[in-house]
Design a protein around this ligand. Sequence first.
Ligand code: WTA
Length: 702
Amino acid sequence: MADKSKTSENTEVSEAQIAVHWKEEEYFKPSKKFTEQANVQDPKIRERFSLKHFPDCFKEYADMLTWFQPYKTVLDTNNPPFWKWFVGGKLNASYNCVDRHLAQYRDKAALIFVGEPEEDPPVALTYQELYIRVNEMAALLRDYCGLKAGDRVTLHLPMTVELPITMLACARLGVIHSQVFGGFSGQACGTRIQDSGSHVLITMDAYWRAGKLLDHKINADIAVQTAKDEGQPVDKVLVWQRYPGKYSSPTPMVKGRDFFVNELLAQYRGQLVEPVPMDAEAPLFLMYTSGSTGKPKGCQHRTGGYLAYVTGTCKYIQDIHPSDTYWCMADIGWITGHSYIVYGPLALAATSVIYEGVPTHPDAGRPWRIAVRLGVNIFHTSPTAIRALRKSGPDEPKKYAYHFKHMTTVGEPIEPEAWRWYYDAVGKREAVIVDTWWQTETGGFLCSTIPGIDPMKPGSAGPGVPGIHPVIYDDNGEELQAGCGRAGNICIRNPWPGIMQTIWGDPERFVKTYYSRYTKDPKSKDWHDWPYVAGDGAMQAADGYFRILGRIDDVINVSGHRLGTKEIESACLTITEVAEAAVVPVADDIKGRVPEVYIALKPGFEGSPEVINRIIKANEDIIGKFARPKHVYIVPDMPKTRSGKIMRRVLASISNRRDVGDVTTLANPAVVEEIRTLVQGKEAVISKEAVPDDIAKFGQNE
Ligand code: WTA
């Protein structure tokens, strides 16, 4: 962890010392109409989920599921921080999301697929049809691929119904799925195949994005090659067709390795596969996420606790009823989609909408036309999408006669300005908003208002959700009190069923990353001694609401997608001429943050647009197009401490037009002015706007 004393003395401000002087925002109350129909109307719910009733309070969520065998122990804390939930219980996630709804909801739409081309009509899949298709796919995975419980399979699928069908087919067999976001490059997919030890890759030939039918199969070839180079052979690549019966990719199929799912499925028509009763603690899926250092971490989520937690929070915080048409615009390739497009909504027998493309295609009215056409009444998206829709079509929503009862924002802090547009224009002042703060690691929501009970406050996520007890510690481990006006590191005091089990294959890193910092006694068997460290800065207002400031480690949140600085810098270093690379986050009106890259070349090499293009391409190829740096600056040298560490903090100040502070203690102070001129021109440009907190602190942990 950071050794503060080693960094520049004069400018060092630890996150806990930053006083935050926001003006308090006014409250907005949920309407009576909303509250009267809400799943949670009892103001005593937090009492029911208080620490006094921990851990038994979470039975309430487990009871929302159908168990093949009841659990014996709610929480086993014998081996901290490797908690076990609902021990002894057996269940199947696919059974809970599909089979159990057949009696009552057989003909109700489970999923509605909306392709990006607007002329293609939406396609609804009933629970019965989903049941059939999940069974057939499970039969194929079991009998054609030989997959069984505990095996891992990598999915690199875009946003079509084939993705949840494949996930649920895996879950039916107890096969651990690892879906890699479709926008990740083939190489990024390959390293995740290798890490998870998958022998099978499931992909799709093509998908629509911003008006183009992209070749996606090509990424499978690169992924398989990358995995092989890293020591993991892939025997089978299953290729779904975007248009069944037609191959939409120019990339050839590899004989004996690549198979069209549609063709294979012909052998499994109508086959039923018994859902395998899985231990509550059996892993359900892996979801890779970025940290500040090292390779991406495979967050391993359990079957029972995870499913119970997403079902409970979907019901109470998303306020989903079986009669609702729910649309979460996130990608299923991220945790939001797993928890709040697939597992949670389907466990509650909702109708969940899957939209393939970008929200502003072909124009900023698209989401609202979809909402009208499908009768969407719960809408879920990110600040990035809200900012983009607001910019390109602030008056669009009012042209359309949809009505949302409930809306969610997730993934990044939302500016009160953007929040108010969401509330006024998109929600038409009718919809309640929840700002849900959580992470890939946490399975489900951590902080949010309870929509029918709590008033909303723009820019604040709210209190802990039922059963989650957050606390803010300063750098010395002292608790910061609500309303003290200082920010610190937000942690969760207690275990909860949605928390990941471990990092796949790296339990030590799990303990170190999420628990070591504030553990008073590493030998303690008492869960009270093991607060979960989220890695975000936050402050708590006097009313108990948490305002999330952003990452305290050097993770850059681009449009709500987490990118590790090391990942980007390593991609840059694959270019021969590059000696050193440093990435910093830059504030962006739409995407929140975007990466900018500083490069020092090896002696004897000259910077050129061609080198810059190769650096950009390296990022796109190794990580994905969404990681594309906004600027690449070739600098004569990096600003460094006397011990030779690159001062990213100084570079971040230059990129964000901030005062660089005192740099006289650096080994090469003169280079700072050279770099500043290169980026900003002769006259220093200092922005007067308040410094976003994560940018102010970026690089201070070095
Ligand atoms: C950030 C996404 C402010 C935060 C579910 C967190 C948020 C990281 C919010 C996790 C929010 C997520 N307000 N910041 N409502 N939600 N974040 O793993 O920094 O992709 O640590 O999970 O996003 O990103 P992840």
